[in-house]
Design a protein around this ligand. Structure first.
Ligand code: GAR
Length: 210
């Protein structure tokens, strides 16, 4: 099975969704590591209770971002993952450090990319008066939240939505989207190429919709 390392900084509901999908038999993967930059992240408890090896690396113990990221990927690499999944990993990653993982690292981001890279995506979608909002899973490149988008899930913004309500309604869609994309990768149906994403051997011209 595909060997997966998950990087996460917080609550871990997306990891929980991946684990649940595997439990249901929908995700033939092996979780080889959950890595975090935060020693007290809830996601680590979740990983431990699922008997997945965990690793915490504290950025404050490194001279700069690049030193941290090289150390991080070095240690992750020791577990020989086929795929790195960023599931709420709240750090910008150094471009040189991630280069060797190009095409083997995906991220879930809570916006309809290319809209709203970075933080506070729900707030920004509301403020812009967008009719819809969503989440994207994309390959990670040196450009922050700028790599090729594999798949998106969207929902209408409703009158009376605030940041929290919108985030809460989006989250269950994220929990479908991320396992679905990982399942496609595990099935060998998605590929990275320099020219863009290949889906079933064909160029993917627009993100898959969920
Ligand atoms: C998710 O909403 C994810 O899309 C977002 O953080 C949350 C993590 O939740 N990711 C980013 O904002 C990445 N920049 P979780 O810890 O419960 O999975």
């Amino acid at each position: 099975p595909l060997r997966i390392a998950v990087l996460a900084s917080g609550r871990g509901s997306n990891l929980a969704a991946l684990l649940a999908a595997r439990e249901r038999g929908e995700l033939p993967v092996e979780f080889v590591l959950v890595a975090s930059d935060k020693a007290d992240a809830t996601v680590l408890q979740l990983a431990r209770s699922a008997s997945i090896p965990t690793m915490v690396l504290d950025p404050r113990e490194y001279a700069d971002r690049r030193a941290y990221d090289f150390a991080l990927f070095d240690r992750i690499g020791a577990h020989q993952p086929d795929l790195l999944v960023l599931a709420g990993f709240m750090r910008i990653i150094d471009g040189e450090a991630l280069k060797p993982w190009t095409g083997r690292m995906i991220n879930i981001h809570p916006s309809l990319l290319p809209k709203y890279r970075g933080l506070h995506t729900h707030r920004r979608a509301l403020k812009a008066g967008d009719p819809e909002h969503g989440a994207s899973v994309h390959y990670v490149t040196a450009e922050l939240d700028g790599g090729p988008v594999i798949a998106q899930a969207s929902l209408p913004i409703e009158a009376g939505d605030d940041e929290n309500k919108l985030a809460a309604r989006l989250l269950p869609l994220e929990h479908q989207l991320l396992p679905a994309v990982v399942a496609l990768i595990a099935a060998g149906r998605l590929d990275w190429s320099e020219d863009g994403i290949l889906f079933d051997q064909q160029p993917l011209h627009q993100p898959l919709r969920w």
